[in-house]
Design a protein around this ligand. Structure first.
Ligand code: G6P
Length: 368
């Protein structure tokens, strides 16, 4: 087993460090600047897209969290309304599905029972289903009408890391593909996004090469009972996944809040010494997030921010700032989550927990 870990203490850490390669493998030959996105196993035409009234993204766990980002990215790129739901809720709420519905199911394993049930139900009602999955030959990949394989490689750690990042890239690639079919963005705009996506492997590698501050913060918070994540826009969706990662790996109670919701409840829980973690990658929301940070700091919170290189102001309010390489706001969340995966890993490590197999969790949930 230690050979399989390739020198890393845990599969989870190895998989976090494999992310540059996973991203590269997922993008290679599909995303090429100056050329249309190439998705060999997706056969959707402009006519079909014009016929769809909406897209549902349905998944469980971390795959669902990827869907939250996918909704924002896909609506932004293709201007088709997108709804996201957890599979176990979606299947029992009599959703509006017919032949004008496109369903995108996301599943690392391709075997999650609730997600598979949604796929079958949607097809019975006449919808077309695209599957984003990491496992070739999985039930979901075989039954879907179209497939996008995330080439993340086998993921052994129960908490999903590299599969999540590649799911995000899959959703952006499909979004760009739809934008190309529908002419919702200019070729120049899409080219700029493609070029930035292709820089992600290198930028993730850069983040992974400087982890001292993350380790320090993990050391500081590993004894805590509650941690809060705050974010606005796409940073809120990242906060949701970062919070899940911390919860799964470290058993610390953690919750993610949208910055604007702070004053509608969660601020009541902010007291002296509480930790707040804030991804801040959206430039137009930076000022608003900084005022949220001031609000929690004035009540005694200690704050770790993850932000873009040019955002020097935040250091005035936060205790710890992790800078990530600059990129387009639309794709910055893909970078911001990486230090937060590491944070969850190191907190679990400092607590002496079984990082690769957290208690009570299964890698793939094949029964309801
Ligand atoms: C389990 C795993 C999670 C995963 C979820 C969905 O809960 O522990 O890491 O995100 O299932 O799995 P899937 O294979 O459908 O992505």
């Amino acid at each position: 087993e230690s050979a399989e870990k390739g020198g890393y203490a845990h599969f989870t850490l190895k998989e976090i460090y494999e992310q540059p390669k996973a991203l590269r493998d997922t993008m290679t030959s599909r995303i090429v600047p100056g050329q249309p996105i190439k998705l060999d196993d997706i056969h959707i035409t402009r006519e079909m897209l014009l016929h769809y009234s909406r897209i549902y993204i349905v998944a469980c766990g971390t795959a669902y969290n990827a869907g939250l980002i996918g909704k924002v990215a896909m609506e932004n790129l293709s201007r088709i309304p997108v709804e996201v739901d957890v599979a176990s809720e979606f299947r029992y709420r009599n959703p509006l599905i017919d032949n004008r519905t496109l369903v995108i199911t996301i599943s690392q394993s391709g075997e999650t029972a609730d997600t598979l049930a949604v796929l079958r139900d949607a097809q019975t009602k006449g919808a077309r289903v695209i599957a984003i999955t990491n496992v070739v030959g999985s039930s979901i990949s075989r039954e879907a009408d179209d497939v996008f394989y995330t080439w993340a490689g086998p993921e052994i750690g129960v908490a999903s890391t590299k599969a999540y990042l590649t799911m995000l890239v899959a959703l952006y690639a499909i979004g760009i593909h739809f934008a190309e079919l529908l002419d919702t963005k200019t070729a120049e705009e899409l080219d700029a996004i493609k070029k930035e996506l292709l820089t992600l492997p290198e930028k993730v590698a850069e983040i992974l090469a400087h982890v001292e501050k993350v380790k320090d913060f993990a050391q500081r918070i590993h004894g805590e009972k509650d941690v809060f994540f705050l974010g606005r826009g796409l940073d809120y969706q990242i906060a949701v996944e970062a919070s899940l990662k911390l919860k799964e790996l470290s058993y610390i109670h953690s919750e993610a809040y949208a910055g604007g919701e702070l004053k509608h409840g969660s601020i009541a829980l902010i007291e002296d010494g509480i930790s707040v973690i804030a991804p801040i990658t959206q430039r137009d929301l930076t000022e608003k997030m900084q005022s949220n940070i001031k609000e929690v700091v004035s009540r005694g919170a200690k704050v770790m921010a993850v932000t873009y290189a040019e955002n020097e102001d935040v250091a005035k309010y936060a205790d710890e700032v992790i800078y990530i390489p600059s990129t387009l706001d639309l794709i910055a969340p893909i970078l911001a989550v990486v230090p937060l995966q590491l944070l969850a890993y190191y907190v679990a490590l400092y607590k002496g927990l079984d990082v690769d197999k957290p208690r009570n969790l299964a890698k793939s949930v094949t029964v309801e």
